[in-house]
Each structure stands twice: as C-alpha cells, then as structure tokens.
Design a protein around this ligand. Structure first.
Ligand code: NI
Length: 260
C-alpha cells in the first residue's frame, strides 16, 4: 500500500466526499496520509482529521504565503498543537518567491521559515519544506538552521537534479507527485532518474496537481498509483518496489508504522 506524504483534505473541495475517501483509505490502496497544514486554521483542521481517522496524521505549520498571520503567540499555538500524539511533522514551511515578489515580505518569509525550523528542532519533529523560485535562499536558511540536524522533506520538488542532491546531502528526502507524469516535466523526470529511490517520498499535494490521466482535475491520494508507475518506469524497477521503498522512507522520516 501507498504512503501519502502530503495532502490537504481539509480543503473545501473535499467537503462532499471527505468521509468516503479518508474512511475507506481510497479503496484500500493507501495505508497512511499526512494531512499538511498551511495556516493556523488548516493546521487545526489537520489535527482534527488525524483525530478522526486512524490512517491520517497531521503536520502543523504556516506556509510562506500566510506568514502575515505569524507572531510569537501563533508559534506557541503551533507548539501546543504539535503536542498531539498524531502530529508527525512541522509544515508546510518555507519560501515562495513565485507568488511573492516584494523583497520586504520575502525577508519576513525567511525569518518565519527559520523560526519554524527552530520549532521543528525543539520538538524533534521532521520539517516539510515548500520552496518555489527560491532555491538559493532556501539552502541558505537551511544551512543557517543546521538543517542536517533536522530531518525533513523538500515537498513538490521543482529544481534541478544537482539541487536535489544538495538537499539529500543535508539528509533530506525529495517529495515527488503528479508533475512527474507530465510530458514536459523533463527536469523532474531527470531528477528521479539521478537520485536514489531510498530518498523519494510519494505525495499528491491534493487537491492540487493531479497526475496524468487526471491532469487538471481534483487530485486525491488514490491517484498516487500513476505517480508510482511513472517512477518505476523511470528507474527500471517494479511498481511494488516503488510502493514498498517509498513507504519505508516515509515511515522512517515520520517515525510511524503504517496502520495497515
Ligand atoms: Ni501542500
């Protein structure tokens, strides 16, 4: 069964069928889901989902696009949420210069990224890192935070194979999702070819980024079979091998035994 390392089932796009999807774990194809917070509210919602469904765990953290809501009181709030036994990570945290061009706000993103990395270190939880159009600064903040002492994953990886290897040298995993199935995703396919399977996590980022043949539709963890199939083809290994190794990777990182 598949370990889904990054999804957002608190999103309103799942209001109609959340119970059917998570209650049935996608027809038994998925063993574990990490539901990832991106704001204070979605972090709380992630913990609530983890409480309700045995196979669901939560990550709590504030996404770079939402750092406007962060202050030290909010960080204390995240810390309180993280005390819940089903919180498995701090995230998603990081930098997004694709959506944010203002240098002053980018500076605030770096500050709160560093602060939440510190929180991960204090709580001894892995970090789930979002990084878009901000490669150099992401590496810099991670180096300054001694990220090699804080395990984690760079989710929805969108940079070069060389950069993937740099994150791997810091002890990080590389999150691969639906984009790898897109015909024009040459860089990501090349990254998958060049890095060890032992460093890859499967993720959807649902409801976003559905793989082929569902591109453009609402994504869900059951579609990870298309991602695993593509990775198997790129690496010349069996589908079962991809499923097993990526599940072991995620269990190791998040310190979880899969429920099934
Ligand atoms: Ni996400």
């Amino acid at each position: 069964m598949i370990f889904e390392s990054h999804a957002h089932y608190d999103d309103e796009q799942f209001d109609e069928d959340r119970e059917a999807l998570l209650g049935g774990l996608f027809g038994g194809t998925v063993c574990t889901v990490i539901n990832v917070g991106a704001s204070m509210q979605s972090s709380r919602a992630s913990v609530a989902l983890a409480e309700r469904y045995p196979g669901v765990y939560a990550a709590v953290g504030v996404h770079p696009s939402d750092v406007g809501e962060l202050d030290e009181a909010a960080v204390s709030g995240l810390k309180e949420m993280a005390a819940h036994p089903k919180v498995a990570a701090i995230g998603e945290i990081g930098l997004d210069y694709y959506w944010e061009k203002d240098p002053a706000v980018q500076r605030r993103q770096r500050m709160w990224f560093a602060r939440q990395m510190e929180l991960a270190r204090t709580l001894q939880l892995p970090a789930i890192i979002h990084s878009r159009d901000a490669a150099a600064d992401t590496v810099q903040v991670m180096k300054d935070a001694h990220a090699e002492e804080i395990p984690g994953v760079v989710h929805c990886f969108s940079y070069s194979p060389e950069l993937a290897k740099e994150f791997i040298r810091m002890g990080y995993y590389i999150g691969v999702g639906g984009v790898v199935t897109f015909k024009n995703a040459k860089k990501l396919k090349e990254t998958v070819v060049q890095i060890p399977l032992e460093r890859i996590l499967l993720e959807t980022d649902a409801p976003y980024l559905a793989p082929e043949p569902h591109r453009g539709k609402r994504n869900e963890s059951g579609f990870l079979k298309f991602v695993a199939r593509e990775i198997a083809a790129l690496k010349g290994v069996s589908y079962e091998e991809v499923e097993k190794v990526t599940r072991n990777n995620a269990e190791r990182l998040f310190g979880l035994e899969a429920v099934n």
